[in-house]
Write a protein that binds this ligand. Structure first.
Ligand SMILES: [Zn+2]
Length: 106
């Protein structure tokens, strides 16, 4: 039985297909995402800047090519999942569920 429980646990961790997680990293648009979170952000010199959830600085930018948010103050890169986990009110499952509702529809 212990074996079965262990296998179940593993299945729970693998609950999300890699393809979905990849889309959540790459296809979530930051501006609507930050807006929906009601998280401080602004456009500055053609780039989207946001309040860093790690160090609370605003020296940040979203790189449209990689879809990563970068904080130059604490040198951290965030994908949307990292960002939600860093805010601290979402665990991984909640972060994936939240972001899934924000994926662009094909
Ligand atoms: Zn920072």
């Amino acid at each position: 039985m212990a074996q079965t429980r262990k296998q179940n646990q593993k299945q729970n961790q693998k609950r999300y297909p890699d393809e979905l997680v990849r889309r959540l990293r790459n296809d979530i648009r930051w501006q609507p995402f930050l807006q929906r979170l009601n998280w401080p952000h602004k456009h500055r010199e053609g780039q989207l800047a946001f309040l860093c959830p790690r160090c609370q600085e605003f020296r940040t930018a979203v790189n449209p090519r990689t879809n990563l948010g970068r904080c130059f103050a604490c040198q951290t890169n965030f994908n949307p999942i990292d960002f939600l986990l860093t805010i601290g009110t979402y665990d991984f499952v909640e972060a994936v569920d939240f972001l899934t509702t924000m994926l662009p529809r094909d």
